[in-house]
Design a protein around this ligand. Structure first.
Ligand code: SAM
Length: 868
């Protein structure tokens, strides 16, 4: 009876404007807050209808019950789950049940409706429909597979409609179900489907968990074998999801302050077959990050107590007279959440932390994350799921939000933070690229098998009315000092290995290779200095000097495939292991594929190759199938089972479908099909638009040379601020930037401009300032080249390589044509650390370039020459 008395009391207070329902419920200290809240909300919703029924049945007169108590009792008796009390109250109500039922039936007949909801005003009904969430079921991959679960359910009479492709597909008839659009291990059923008594649920094969709450573990995606902390873990839905992703391998430390909830968690994990956990009834804020047992912790899931304002069933009236109290509660929660977040980031080995709440308040979401990032500059946000329809509030659009309206889920917020400090240091020293530790790239296998959803059952309350913001550890513990020292040491070490050995192999294998390959270039004074590398945002390490394969596209004359394949070996032997190609460069991908397959089957100690291709679609619909098919074709041609880097090109910005394509590409990257998602010839405006959508771009390939310095205007700055590397082409102006053209008469005829590159870049020179100014530039370059005992090409390349946002320069390689030896020698020289352009060199060069026309004003931003 306590439930009904409390509900009646709150109902009355709310009517007298003594507080918001939510606050009154929380303040009541009632044991089952959720049950109480639901009863009060439902009674309030049907209030006028209940009054009419009570009046019609003369209940108050016959029973002397007060109106608010009568309302809650009648609600549960007629519309709810039946009276949950016993004794004299129940007897009394049962005595009047038929009269009450008759009154309700009469109302329905009168209003010509068949359901209780039909009695509500139209506006309330609309709201109700929106609130009916699908039933989400996460398949527990520790115990079964999606396929087996689907088969089992089909045999039971459910109809499987395949994978959803839009939000409306989640509106399902009874007994119909689909696979979720975003999370492939999540099955979606109609709202009324109840699995609580189902064998699959009882056996732990399925977990009843709202879709949004599946996001944190899915996005954190800890690999099997690693060490993870679930900081506020009970009742354990997300922990069980983490364990499934980890395949029960590794260690999952799970903390919760509430012993009862932890006991529930223990049962849940047992049922789900989780074995890698270590549970502790402990305040997370008191867990010592520097304890040796956590030295290998790389991932943390932090889902702290929050207001629960996103839970549909917990949403109270916002027109509360007690907003001040709500604000105070939010402020206290936010401060607790921030402390948890700051504490989580102290774990020395941490790579990634996912933060989530089931709150819709920015105070608990974006504001907490913003404050945390300000206090922890070594961390940054990871852009999440480009295809997800609801983003964090500006400017935190890299985060995700979820809601009934946009995602058919409870209200939710997720942010993924990753350690960034090494990358910051790298930025400050652009010429010396320090490789930072990898940020968990997805392998195709882990990706396909990772559990798509996280588990939290919508009625397993995530909210907590009594967070324990226990005192944080003092900042400067001895452990931390030690850690700092260690970190310094580590940094030093990283700097010394900065110049990666040719082919990216170990130093020993490199030395072996040096000796073996120096004979490849007779006649050159080539001393095989290691090729410097740069690490792209997704972790791929590429040479700063890339082998461009445009030359084989046909626009430079016929190419003998077999010879081209053969010629690639010399580049690889020299340590130039990164190749740049495109789906539209004729046979380029196939030539690479043949070479790649030869390398793999040779059984020799061949260094790893990096293959960057481009996806240059014709304008048209950009649905997922189209994109996947195109990538599959490239993969087949290149003989790879995953693409190192896809550089996307688009012909017409007026056709916004480039955003669709990039959304799919970004999802495919998350799924592991692509390591790096990049662009080619995009301008700064579009690059910003794309980045703001949460799509993480690793590089943009643009024309950049001493002649064409358009990237300086805007592009460079944007890329620097967003960890995007510029990969440049046209840096040698198709070969015009060389001694060969010094003192030569202006080439104008077709015979003189005999390749597509020559004629393209000659046009560029004309726009830039003409042949005479170009000759002045060649003179300045040749002077510098003589000073450094290298070629004009090497100086021109070095100039661009030294630009702050430039990750690499693409130099067209000579496959199957004469002169490759000199060409390789020039390339190696240009990226050698020994070649340092002096102030004198730069002053002479820039004295010429300053006299040129402003190409940005003439042509526009990068890539504008490709658009009408
Ligand atoms: C939102 S719930 C977590 C739900 C859980 N992640 C899941 O998916 O099942 C928040 C939990 O944090 C716990 N909690 C609150 N303060 C804590 C603290 N200082 N340390 C550890 N746990 C705490 C609460 O007891 C509550 O169980």
């Amino acid at each position: 009876m306590a439930l009904y008395l409390k509900a009646a009391e709150i109902l009355e207070k709310a009517e007298m404007k003594q507080g918001a329902v939510k606050t009154l419920v929380y303040d009541s200290k009632f044991a089952n807050i959720k049950q109480l809240f639901a009863l009060v909300c439902e009674t309030q919703k049907f209030s006028s209808i209940l009054e009419e029924i009570i009046e019609s049945a003369k209940l108050l007169k016959h029973t002397k019950i007060r109106i608010h108590l009568a309302k809650v009792l009648v609600y549960d008796l007629l519309m709810g789950q039946g009276l949950k009390c016993g004794g004299s109250w129940k007897t009394l109500m049962m005595k009047h049940r038929s009269r009450l039922q008759a009154a309700l039936a009469r109302m329905k007949v009168k209003q010509k409706v068949s359901s209780n909801e039909g009695l509500l005003p139209a506006s309330a009904q609309q709201h109700l429909a929106g609130n009916k969430l699908p039933r989400y079921v996460r398949v527990n991959t520790l115990k079964t597979t999606v396929e087996d679960t689907v088969d089992y359910l089909k045999r039971e009479g459910f109809s499987y409609l395949g994978q959803a492709s839009r939000l409306d597909d989640l509106t399902l008839k009874e007994k119909h179900f689909v696979m979720d659009q975003h999370l492939p291990e999540l099955l979606v059923f109609s709202p009324k489907t109840d699995f609580h008594d189902h064998f699959l649920y009882k056996a732990g094969h399925i977990i009843l968990q709202d879709k949004a709450s599946c996001l944190p573990a899915y996005l954190l995606n800890p690999p099997p074998g690693c060490h993870v902390i679930d900081a506020c873990a009970a009742p354990g839905n997300k922990s069980s999801h983490l364990a499934a992703i980890m395949k029960n391998k590794g260690k999952l430390f799970a903390y919760d302050l509430d012993a009862k909830r932890l006991a529930t968690m223990s049962t849940l994990l047992l049922r789900a077959g989780v074995t890698c956990q270590q549970l502790a009834n402990q305040d997370f804020l008191k867990v010592d990050p520097y304890s040796p047992q956590f030295k290998d912790v790389e991932y943390i899931l932090l889902d702290p107590s929050c207001s629960g304002s996103g839970m549909v069933c917990l949403r109270g009236d916002v027109s509360s007279a007690d907003q001040e109290k709500d604000q105070a509660r939010l402020a206290s929660l936010a401060s607790f959440q921030l402390r948890c977040l700051n504490h989580g980031l102290k774990f020395p080995g941490l790579k990634r932390l996912v933060y989530s709440t089931c709150s819709i308040h920015s105070q608990e979401n974006e504001e907490v994350v913003t404050a945390c990032l300000q206090q922890n500059p070594g961390f940054r946000l990871v852009p999440l799921m480009a295809q997800w329809p609801e983003r964090g509030l500006e400017p935190l659009t890299k985060c995700l939000r979820a809601s009934t309206a946009k995602t058919r889920t409870h209200g939710f917020f997720v942010a993924l933070l990753e350690k960034y400090s090494e990358a910051v240091e790298k930025k400050q020293e652009p010429a010396v690229q320090i490789s930072e530790p990898e940020a968990t790239p997805l392998s195709p296998s882990t990706c396909q098998k990772r559990p798509a959803a996280s588990e939290e059952e919508s009625d397993a309350s995530e909210t907590e009315d009594k967070p324990n913001p226990a005192a944080e550890q003092a900042d400067c513990t001895p452990g931390k000092k030690k850690r700092k020292k260690k970190k310094k040491k580590k940094k030093k070490k990283a700097a010394t290995v900065d110049l990666v050995v040719p082919g990216g192999g170990s130093e020993t294998s490199c030395r072996k290779r040096k000796a073996a390959s120096s004979s490849s270039f007779p006649g050159t004074n080539l001393s095989m200095s290691p090729v410097p590398k740069v690490r792209l945002a997704g972790g791929l390490e590429i040479c700063r000097l890339l082998n461009g394969m445009w030359q084989v596209s046909g626009s430079h004359g016929a190419v003998d495939h077999a010879k081209a394949v053969e010629a690639m070996q010399a580049y690889v032997d020299a340590g130039l292991t990164t190749f740049d190609m495109a789906d539209i460069y004729g046979p380029a991908e196939e030539i690479f594929g043949q070479f790649n397959s030869q390398c793999k089957s040779s059984g020799k100690d061949i260094p790893a190759l990096q293959s960057l291709t481009k996806y240059v679609p014709r304008p048209g619909p950009m649905d997922r199938k189209v994109v996947v098919k195109a990538l599959q074709c490239s993969m087949n041609r290149m003989q790879v089972d995953r693409l190192d880097c896809v550089q996307f090109h688009w012909w017409d910005y007026r056709d916004k479908r480039y955003l669709d394509a990039l959304g799919h590409l970004s999802d495919l990257q998350q799924e592991g099909l692509i390591r790096e998602l990049a662009l080619t010839n995009f301008d700064t405006q579009r690059l910003e638009e794309i980045t703001n959508r949460g799509i993480r771009i690793s590089s943009n390939q643009v024309q950049y040379s001493l002649i064409d310095q358009r990237p300086v205007a805007k592009m460079e700055q944007f890329c620097l601020a967003n960890n995007i590397q510029l990969l440049t082409y046209g840096t040698l102006a198709g070969g015009l930037l060389s001694e060969r053209y010094l003192g030569k008469a202006e080439p104008n005829s077709r015979a003189e401009l005999y390749t597509a590159s020559l004629s393209k870049y000659k046009n560029m020179i004309d726009s830039w300032g003409g042949w005479s100014l170009f000759q002045d530039l060649l003179v300045a370059l040749e002077t510098a080249a003589r000073r450094h005992d290298c070629s004009v090409a090497s100086v021109a390349t070095r100039y661009v390589l030294d630009r702050p946002a430039v990750g690499g320069v693409i130099v067209g390689c000579r496959l199957g044509v004469a002169g490759a030896g000199q060409h390789i020698s020039d390339s190696l020289r240009s990226c050698s650390p020994d070649l340092k352009l002096t102030g004198e060199d730069l002053a002479a060069i820039e004295a010429v370039t300053q006299r040129s026309r402003d190409l940005t004003a003439l042509i526009g931003d990068c890539g504008d020459e490709y658009r009408s």
